[in-house]
Design a protein around this ligand. Structure first.
Ligand code: HEC
Length: 207
């Protein structure tokens, strides 16, 4: 064998090995995963997201939330994720079967959001936090996402969706801040983030 053939075989071997390890084996392990159906209640897990929440996922992606937030609870014996109150059980592959792409993330400048909808279930809280993070969490380094909101003149009794803002965050007298459709979708997505259900491979510790 001349050197070129040896080199070629070396490259081929490396790529084939990587493909087997990174594509083929995971496909065998996880490719056939189906939702888990609870036979007693007929409920299917993970739950499907509403259309609005699916749109919100795109807003989440477009705004780079993933650069500071993960969506994966790691096992108790490895990390303090559960002790921090981020989840009641570890995340497993089945939790993400409807996610294309999944948004596991690697950075945790902010808290993990796998269960944001359980931990923080108040819609108004999310809007006010997105508009003015420091008003909800003193010293927060999360950037405000004010362009997802509209400042408008108050008409009549005002909008029922107007954000309740205080001090420097409040709009000028006679004006109100309301969510745009993108902000509504994003918050619907955040409220849908919930891994608080039992799967055969990852039971809730209460069971
Ligand atoms: C530069 C980093 C950064 C980016 C980008 C970012 N966040 Fe945050 N986020 C944080 C930090 C830090 C906190 C913790 C302090 C706080 O609550 O504001 C936080 C907190 C949160 C919380 C409250 C979580 C909890 O358990 O208290 C939610 C919900 C949230 N962020 C959603 C988002 C969404 C949605 C986006 C994208 C639109 C986003 N974040 C983008 C850094 C970031």
């Amino acid at each position: 064998m001349n050197k070129l053939t040896t080199l070629f075989c070396g490259f081929l071997f490396t790529f084939v090995l990587a493909w087997i390890g990174l594509v083929l084996v995971p496909q065998f392990q996880f490719g056939q995963l189906q939702p888990f159906v609870n036979e007693d209640t007929g409920e299917s897990f993970p739950p499907m997201r509403s259309g609005l929440a699916e749109t919100g996922k795109q807003v989440y992606q477009a705004n780079g939330c993933i650069y500071c937030h993960s969506q994966q609870i790691r096992p108790e014996h490895q990390t303090a994720d559960m002790a921090r109150g981020w989840g009641a059980r570890r995340s497993v592959a089945r939790d993400y079967i409807y996610d294309r792409p999944h948004l596991l993330g690697t950075m945790r400048t902010g808290p993990d959001l796998s269960n944001a909808g359980v931990r923080l279930s108040n819609e108004a809280w999310h809007h006010e936090h997105l508009y003015a993070p420091q008003s909800k969490s003193a010293g927060s380094t999360m950037p405000p996402f004010r362009y997802l909101y509209k400042v408008q003149k108050i008409q009549g009794a005002g909008s029922p969706d107007a954000l309740k803002l205080e001090a420097d965050d409040a709009p000028p007298e006679g004006y109100e801040v309301v969510p745009t459709p993108d902000a509504r979708a994003l918050v619907a997505y955040l409220l849908s983030l919930n891994q608080n259900y039992s799967l055969p491979e990852a039971k809730l510790s209460t069971e």
